[in-house]
Design a protein around this ligand. Structure first.
Ligand SMILES: [Fe+2]
Length: 290
């Protein structure tokens, strides 16, 4: 049991779960890890990522060496779209997270991975959260989408539909593709912060690439410990925002309760199929586990 004073202290901290970034605590090795990750991704993403992402990197001056100071980043980001970044010690509860988004605050991890984790780590670190997510928060329409998602999350929590809404975040904000002038482009933060998935999501024949449909996405389960078996392709950020804002989510959630989930690799007759995946990667991974 907690004594009353401790309880109140915990509640006070839990109010928004934010902590100072404590930038001075980063070591030279931490900054070097950021620089190595940044140089590798910035070079490989040219021509592969949606141009608005590169515009965001430039506008926010994220190419300066070292882990960005959130305060400096926020000055530019606030001017662009009214968003800012706040630090949290780890994952925050869903409703706290949604509330931050609804108020145009993006919750970022402040630790950075160890050098031996440069290729992969499961937990989001400051490189994933800042490099992956923040450039598009400087884009007016995507910024509005993220806020709309937060507001939708607060509503979904009241309706007990967080799992369905989480799939929307997963297949757009984290692992989304977009149809560009010269073919498909990347925009999801989980892809653009990962060297291997930046290649896989665009070039590999294994995964399905399917035109985005809100209801289809909300029915689709996802994988958290390997590359995706299906990626969903939006036509534009405007279209994504419109589809999300126009949807009458209350009745949609009620309807989804009665519908079966779709497996991560499955196709349905209504899919707007852009590429039928071979699923060779997932089969290789499964047989390696046997
Ligand atoms: Fe993320």
């Amino acid at each position: 049991m907690f004594r009353m004073g401790e309880m109140q202290d915990m509640v006070a901290k839990a109010a928004d779960w934010t902590v100072p970034q404590d930038w001075d605590a980063y070591s030279a090795a931490d900054h070097a890890t950021w620089d190595a990750l940044f140089a590798r991704q910035a070079a490989m993403l040219r021509g592969r990522v949606v141009p608005e992402f590169l515009d965001g990197l430039d506008m926010l001056r994220m190419d300066r060496p070292g882990i960005p100071r959130f305060e400096a980043l926020n000055e530019r980001l606030m001017k662009a779209t009214g968003w800012r970044v706040v630090a949290a010690p780890g994952l925050v509860p869903d409703e706290i997270f949604f509330d931050h988004l609804a108020h145009r605050r993006f919750v970022a991890g402040r630790f950075i991975r160890r050098p031996d984790q440069i290729d992969y780590l499961e937990e989001p670190d400051v490189f994933h959260d800042i490099f992956g997510h923040v450039p598009l928060l400087a884009h007016r329409v995507f910024a509005d989408y993220m806020q709309a998602y937060g507001l939708g999350g607060l509503r979904a929590a009241r309706l007990g539909a967080i799992d369905h809404l989480a799939r929307l975040y997963w297949y757009t904000v984290e692992f989304g593709l977009i149809a560009g002038a010269g073919g498909l482009k990347l925009y999801g933060a989980g892809i653009v912060s990962s060297h291997a998935e930046s290649l896989f999501a665009l070039d590999d024949p294994s995964p399905n690439r399917i035109g985005f449909d809100l209801r289809r996405v909300m029915r689709t389960r996802y994988r958290i410990n390997d590359f995706q078996q299906s990626y969903f392709v939006i036509d534009s950020f405007d279209d994504l925002l419109r589809q999300t804002q126009d949807a009458d989510l209350g009745p949609l959630y009620a309807a989804l309760e009665g519908e079966a989930d779709i497996a991560p690799d499955a196709l349905t007759p209504d899919d707007r199929l852009i590429h039928r995946g071979t699923q060779a990667h997932a089969r290789r991974a499964a047989s390696a586990e046997d």
